[in-house]
Design a binder for this molecule. Structure first.
Ligand SMILES: *[C@@H]1O[C@H](CO)[C@@H](O)[C@H](O)[C@H]1NC(C)=O
Length: 147
């Protein structure tokens, strides 16, 4: 059988497709953002997500304080985020595709305990951080999406 397609062109198309498939896992799913997360310890006494719409500390201890980038003038209070550990120095991310869902209960710049790192996108409660990474890490790179 005679075909019009030049063999070299076919190989070129196949390797291009292969290359694109290799790159796919590196692209975050749509709707997710990338950022950083630190952790903080007790006593957990949120003061800014307060007032009539006070956010109680979730009983599962999975919560976070919002960094300035997502604080949104307090609108972030009570929002829930899915957070995944992407990478870190010292391979702190837990194996597998560990994710944690946290509720925003405070503002990162107003915490009454010192976070493990300053200026992160969010600061996770110790329990939440431990769900996705080694607690001894100062900060981790995360992928997060509001749910
Ligand atoms: C974060 O900032 C606070 C207040 O300035 C400081 O006490 C603390 O040492 C800083 N933490 C880190 C990890 O740099």
């Amino acid at each position: 059988m005679h075909t019009n397609t030049h063999p070299t062109a076919t190989i070129l198309h196949c390797s291009l497709l292969f290359f694109l498939l290799l790159l796919l896992p590196l692209v975050p799913p749509s709707g997710a953002d990338v950022g950083t997360a630190a952790s903080y310890g007790p006593p957990y006494l949120p003061t800014v997500c307060f007032g009539d719409d006070r956010i109680p500390i979730p009983t599962d201890n999975l919560f976070a304080a919002a960094g300035e980038g997502i604080w949104n003038n307090g609108a972030s209070c009570g929002r829930q985020y899915m957070v995944r550990c992407m990478s870190s120095t010292g391979r702190a991310c837990l194996d597998g595709d560990a994710v944690v869902q946290v509720k925003v209960v405070d503002r990162a710049s107003m915490l009454n305990t010192i976070p493990s790192a300053n200026g992160t996108t969010m600061v996770l409660s110790g329990a939440a951080f431990r769900m996705i990474a080694d607690i001894s890490a100062q900060d981790i790179n995360i992928e997060f999406a509001q749910v």
